[in-house]
Write a protein that binds this ligand. Structure first.
Ligand code: NAD
Length: 503
């Protein structure tokens, strides 16, 4: 199947306007919608066609400074707003996301390339779910009482001690382009629930839904300055934000290389930093797996959203006894995927986000061929326009190849054969990353044992990519530290204060 499906007309007026003529977007600073102070803009591109659909401001360090000051000015009032009031605003934001779900999904498809169903049924509802979950958490923040064993307390007195949870302050949230709205919600919802104020910097390739979300958040009653959104290049606006001394904490999702740059930039005022970084997640298929479930499951783990997923299952380990059947099943699944514009309902896989990303992925596949690997299917660019890469399955790899070790962030699966559990555990853990893994087996015992031995922040059993606002997600090793989602995420945005009294 080589045809690339074209777009069908979007239903929402905003998405139609983007298709009809490029729209100029503005950033939100201190309640005002503004351009960059030097007038600079960046194009927003529909990666399926290469068409310019809009322009976003390229924020200057001066704009970043204004945004941080606005967040600081709003902090005292927002942090002291009763939790139930904060919760009510978060809940309204979720309702407004639901009310605008088709429009948000269509805008995300046009800006990022993803098939409409990914945004419409997974990511945009997921974003609303984040605001609802953390609306509940806003009213459940609590400290502890402690009975200390201090030996030098004054005779006849008692020491009474307790802890308070307090918001960390001004948060810089910096997010990537692969799942823009839901990853943004994963930062904003817990930070606002905790009482923090924010400066958000979406990725330069995909800022449109973050700006639309900001409009909805204003409509929901979020006071001016509590959320500021600055758009622009990572090297200019992102770097200025990460280094700004008025920022107390950086909540970052993105590549491991940028995570390192952010850590360096945070040193000036010793910002708190949490990092959700890259991955090279193993998918382990045991000989007793239900292959009717495991083969499409493993294929979806890598080809969903074109492999542009931090937890994508990019390394499959298949037991020797079922290897031939599984590799044939994976290749045939890949061959059957329909590529096209995300606005066509028949599209199963869209383009990659940018020409740069498509070239990077193609280079990895070419490197694997040169190194002697077998490309079972895919690997080539597809279509005359856009940034489409055919879903790719690679076999006959060795552990030292780049295609096995590096995060590709595209629809490329490497498949390796193993003979026993100790061997597959060692091979799966032989990575600098530790973000996620999945294990496919009918044996409860093997599933439990492997879930403990695999070095990863999440282990899925007989599934992959199961996300929920209640489930913590994040990495070990060079996949970062800190957790998004779940009660654990609130800790990113709260300090402990100890109060100790002699009574
Ligand atoms: P990236 O690191 O290039 O960019 C992420 C964000 O950082 C963007 O907003 C960018 O503008 C900004 N940025 C770039 N340079 C900066 C700098 N020097 N200082 C401050 N900000 C800067 O990542 P990407 O290419 O947009 O996204 C892909 C990466 O994100 C992959 O590695 C993927 O695994 C990772 N990711 C991780 C998770 C997770 O939860 N662990 C989720 C999604 C994506």
């Amino acid at each position: 199947m080589t045809s690339i499906l074209t777009a069908v007309r979007p239903a929402s007026a905003r998405a139609q306007a983007l298709l009809d003529a490029p729209q100029d977007a503005r950033m939100l600073i201190g309640g005002d919608w503004v351009g960059a102070s030097d007038g600079a803009t960046l194009p927003s591109i529909d990666p399926a066609t290469g068409a310019v659909i809009g322009h976003i401001p390229d924020a200057t360090p001066h704009d970043i400074d204004r945004a941080v000051r606005a967040a600081r000015a709003a902090f005292d009032s927002w942090s002291q707003t009763p939790p139930a009031e904060r919760a009510a605003i978060l809940w309204r934001i979720a309702d407004l996301i639901d009310a605008n779900i088709d429009e948000l999904a269509e805008m995300e498809t046009l800006d990022q390339g993803k098939p409409l169903y990914v945004g419409r049924w997974a990511e945009i509802p997921g974003a609303a779910g984040q605001f609802r979950f953390f609306a509940g958490q806003a009213t459940a923040i609590e400290g502890r009482t402690i009975t200390p064993s201090i030996t030098y307390q004054p005779a006849g007195k008692q020491v009474h001690a307790w802890t308070l949870r307090e918001p960390v302050g001004v948060v810089a949230a910096i997010v990537p382009w692969n799942s823009p709205l839901v990853l943004t919600a994963m930062k904003l919802a817990p930070a606002l629930a905790a009482g923090c104020t924010l400066v958000l910097k979406p990725a330069e390739d995909t800022s449109l839904t973050a700006l639309r979300l900001a409009e909805l958040m204003v409509e929901a009653g979020l006071p001016a300055g509590v959320l500021n959104v600055v758009t622009g290049r990572g090297a200019r606006s992102g770097a200025a934000l990460a280094a700004h001394h008025g920022v107390d904490k950086v909540a970052f999702t993105g590549s491991t290389a940028t995570g390192r740059a952010i850590l360096d930039a945070s040193k000036g005022n010793l910002k708190r930093v949490t990092l959700e970084l890259g991955g090279k997640s193993p998918v382990i298929v045991l000989p007793d797996a239900d292959l009717d479930l495991a083969i499409p499951g493993a294929a979806n783990a890598i080809f969903f959203n074109g492999g542009q997923v931090c937890v994508a299952g990019s390394r499959a380990f298949v037991h020797a006894s079922i290897y031939d059947r599984v590799i044939e099943g994976l290749s045939s699944y890949a061959d059957g995927l329909q590529l096209g514009h995300g606005l066509n309902p028949a599209t199963q896989m869209g383009p990659l986000v940018s020409a740069r990303q498509a070239e990077r992925v193609a280079d990895f596949v070419a490197g694997a061929r040169t190194a002697g690997a077998s490309v079972m299917t895919g690997g080539e660019r597809s279509g005359d326009a856009g940034t489409f890469i055919r879903p790719t399955v690679i076999a006959d790899v060795s552990p030292d190849m780049d295609v096995v070790r590096e995060e590709i962030f595209g629809p490329v699966l490497v498949v390796q054969r193993y003979d026993d559990l100790d061997q597959v555990v060692a091979a799966a853990n032989d990575s600098v990353y530790g973000l996620a893994a999945s294990v496919w087996t009918e044996s409860l015992s093997s599933a439990h044992r492997l879930s403990r031995r695999i070095q990863a922040g999440t282990v899925w059993i007989n599934c992959h990519l199961m996300y929920d606002a209640s489930l913590p997600i994040g990495g070990v090793k060079q996949s970062g530290y800190g957790r998004d989602s779940g009660v654990a995420a609130l800790d990113n945005y709260l300090e402990w204060k100890t109060v100790c009294a002699v009574l």
